[in-house]
Design a protein. Structure first.
Ligand SMILES: [Zn+2]
Length: 247
């Protein structure tokens, strides 16, 4: 069987933004998002959940040549307002990585990058999307750069996010995502020790069975990506292997 190559697309905020020039990869204009989802449907891409993709990587199920997993970092209210209705319309599963200590609060770390604050989902919204089939993953307790913390602090951030979200959702949380893609061998070990099955990074590339499940690469979809840009990101090979984009 041919090794599956899965494109894990990474989104952050979806909406109508004015005056965004820096950090373009963390914003996706609503009109572009709509056309990207329309296009994935139209072209017959196999948009699957992270769990389904994991089964494919483990060889438990057969996946078509180009499968796509949609991920949304941080848990913004604009996911709930803008992206979620479109995903529902097309029947696309997705994963949202939530910062567990900031449920119903603001994404306060954005201020340090000079970006406007943005509200994060509340408990009700998280449970709503989960009920509709969206996977909720953890994204630490307070969104730090894990590789810059002591092992103890990093483990605390990781394990707390799992527990807090499990409490909020009354269900297991099995997937994790490193804020800013900040990771190293020790941080990967801690994510596995906390009991997560997978962890996604910001390293660019397609996900294959050759990757460590604690460092799954993704492809950022930016503010400026038109359909050709998305197509290129789904089909590009590993030319950028090893290059970390820290967003
Ligand atoms: Zn984040």
């Amino acid at each position: 069987m041919k090794m599956p190559r899965i494109s894990v697309l990474m989104y952050h905020q979806v909406g109508n933004f004015s005056g965004i020039t820096a950090h373009g990869a963390t914003f996706c204009r609503l009109s572009r998002f709509k056309s990207q989802m329309w296009w994935l449907k139209r072209m017959g891409y196999n948009v699957i959940s992270l769990d389904h993709a994991l089964q494919g990587i483990r060889g438990e199920v057969r996946l078509p040549k180009h499968s796509v997993v949609l991920t949304f970092d941080d848990g913004y209210v604009n996911f709930y307002e803008h992206a979620f209705p479109i995903l529902k319309k097309y029947g696309f599963p997705a994963t949202v990585y939530m910062v567990s200590g900031l449920i119903d609060k603001q994404a306060e770390w954005l201020e340090k990058s000079g970006l406007p604050l943005a509200p994060l989902m509340n408990k009700q919204q998280l449970n709503d999307i989960k009920l509709a089939g969206i996977t909720i993953g953890a994204h630490t307790h307070s969104h730090p750069r894990l590789a810059e913390l002591t092992s103890e602090q990093a483990f605390d951030e990781i394990v707390h996010s799992k527990r807090e979200l499990e409490e909020c959702l009354q269900d297991e949380v099995q997937h994790f995502c490193y804020p800013y893609g900040s990771l190293n061998k020790e941080v990967m070990r801690l994510a596995a020790e906390a009991g997560f099955e997978t962890a996604t990074s910001c390293q660019r590339g397609a996900w294959t069975s050759e990757h460590d499940l604690m460092a799954i690469p993704r492809k950022a979809i930016s503010f400026g990506d038109d359909l050709a840009g998305v197509w290129w990101k789904i089909h590009m090979k590993h030319k950028l292997k090893g290059k970390l984009i820290l967003r």
